[in-house]
Ligand binder design. Structure first.
Ligand SMILES: Nc1ncnc2c1ncn2[C@@H]1O[C@H](COP(=O)(O)OP(=O)(O)OP(=O)(O)O)[C@@H](O)[C@H]1O
Ligand SMILES: [Mg+2]
Length: 474
């Protein structure tokens, strides 16, 4: 195989009367005694080589030549057709119809197995502003956005090794230093059954990408607006009773100076503390939920006993259960202790985002309470919520199971379909933001778990959560 040419000795052009077309004549020095004569015409390019030459190298030569001569850059190569007949040495080389490639709407480049350019089409040069000698012989990596380089490298080596092409979206540098989004598809180049490089077709998809970014920004703004509306309303609703109670306290304080007994009587009659408790709980739940929306994975996981966590949540919510007169029935895993001859509670240990799971459990329980409270009046079933904790064997491995089963009003099929949609709520304004279930799903998925809803209108709802136990060992 011929060594890569080092210089182009001369390359001149002349008008060929005979052809009536612009013709270029060139000679390329390929080695001390090796020369390659070229004849370029606007209808095609005939290369008369006297040497055995790899046609990929030949393309490189043409490009090189084009890069050296402005006139040759586009015009003579417009109709690039490389024809190599039988050359001495006996190698028959296919003719390449370069016209389609050179002026294809997409950018096309050929890379050798090391990832160095040896041929690029005119569209690429023109649109990206490069001269061919600025690319030929250089590694493609230099032209890839640093953030996309790993992806590009992985795709290129998998293309060479597996000969499979996965289209990828990669940012590529133009001559002016700016980047464009390229949709890159590769195909392997073979010669005599051996992989000699890859041909890449690149489509500029910047416009589509920018639209995507714009769309995401618009969606974010829209959800920000919705969140703001939701919070604004909720916080105001939660603060309203506190403000009212403070006003009453001021009046009572003034009254207490003249008629302390009367003031005390009024104070005892009113359910101030419960109202404040309600309001502060609502604000607290809301801010916690928002915190998790803004910062899901910010919290580190801690080894937790699920049974103890559920107990803690229940004790935090005791007031709510009592006010709603809802009874909790608990089923925790137990084992028999032969020594004490008693049943003992078994802990369920796993790594959890503690606060996230706590907020989620509070939300699920509070949904269950709401569902019981809003049952129709003729529904005389007991006001009950069952909490079942267990360790189950799923196909993914061992999982901690939490089931919250309520005898509440249940959900229609349509409601069940929308339950995880942000801001979907059937609760009166100021009572629900419709973020509880959305957040629950996020938190469960963040743990690599699953959440299932089973509900029947008029009968009740069971929410089951499965959290992997083995992930904690990873
Ligand atoms: N256990 C349940 N029984 C009946 N309906 C439920 C139950 N859990 C959720 N839902 C329905 O799903 C809707 C969405 O629930 P989600 O927890 O996401 O929001 P929310 O409770 O309305 O508001 P938030 O939780 O943000 O305060 C509820 O409004 C309710 O209609
Ligand atoms: Mg809720």
């Amino acid at each position: 195989m011929i060594q890569i040419f080092s210089t182009i000795e001369y390359l001149k052009e002349k008008r060929s009367r005979q052809w009536g077309a612009l013709t270029g004549l060139g000679e390329l020095k390929l080695g001390p005694k090796k020369r390659l004569k070229l004849e370029l015409v606007d209808t095609g390019l005939n290369i008369i080589g006297r040497f055995q030459i790899n046609y990929l190298r030949l393309l490189q030569v043409i490009n090189w030549a084009a890069g050296y001569s402005q006139e040759f850059k586009y015009l003579p190569l417009q109709d690039l057709r490389v024809k190599l007949g039988k050359v001495r040495g006996g190698m028959k080389i296919n003719s390449i119809d370069g016209q389609a490639l050179n002026h294809a709407p997409d950018f096309i480049c050929y890379l050798d197995t090391k990832g160095n350019f040896f041929w690029v089409n005119a569209t690429l040069l023109k649109e990206l502003g490069y001269d061919s000698h600025e690319l030929i012989g250089k590694s493609y990596e230099e032209f890839i956005h640093p953030e996309d380089r790993e992806l590009a490298k992985a795709r290129f080596s998998s293309l060479l090794n597996t000969q499979e092409s996965n289209p990828s979206e990669i940012r590529i540098k133009k001559k002016d230093g700016t980047y464009f989004w390229g949709w890159v598809v590769g195909r392997i180049l073979k010669q005599k059954g051996k992989v000699v490089g890859a041909a890449l077709t690149i489509r500029d998809i910047t416009e589509r990408k920018e639209k995507e970014v714009e769309k995401i920004m618009r969606q974010r703004l829209e959800s920000l607006r919705l969140i703001w509306e939701g919070i604004n309303h909720d916080v105001n609703n939660a603060f309203f009773p506190i403000k009212g109670i403070l006003d009453i306290f001021k009046v009572l304080r003034a009254m207490a100076k003249e008629n302390p007994n009367k003031a005390l009587e009024i104070l005892n009659q009113m359910e101030y503390l419960e109202k404040i408790e309600n309001s502060s709980e609502r604000i607290n739940r809301l801010t916690q939920k928002l915190h998790y929306f803004a910062n899901f994975s910010g919290e580190a996981k801690v080894r937790t006993d699920l049974v103890a966590l559920v107990e803690a949540v229940l004790s935090l919510m005791r007031g709510r259960f009592d006010r709603a007169e809802v009874k909790v029935i608990k089923h925790y895993p137990k084992s028999w202790n032969a020594k004490t001859e008693q049943e003992e509670q078994v802990p369920i240990l796993l790594e959890l985002h503690f606060n996230g799971v706590q907020v989620m459990l509070m939300d699920l329980l509070s949904n269950a309470i709401d569902a019981i409270v809003s049952r129709p009046e003729y529904d005389f079933r007991p006001k009950e919520i069952r909490i079942l904790l267990d360790i189950v064997e799923e196909k993914e491995g061992k999982m901690a199971a939490i089931a919250i089963k309520d005898l509440g009003k249940g959900m229609s099929y349509e409601e069940q379909q929308k339950i995880f949609t942000p801001f979907f709520t059937t609760k009166p304004s100021g009572k629900g933001t419709g973020l509880g279930m959305t957040l629950a799903k996020h938190i469960v998925e963040e743990h690599g778990g699953k959440i299932k809803v089973y509900s029947k209108l008029g009968e009740g709802t069971t929410i089951t959560i499965l959290l992997p136990i083995d992930q904690s060992r990873a």
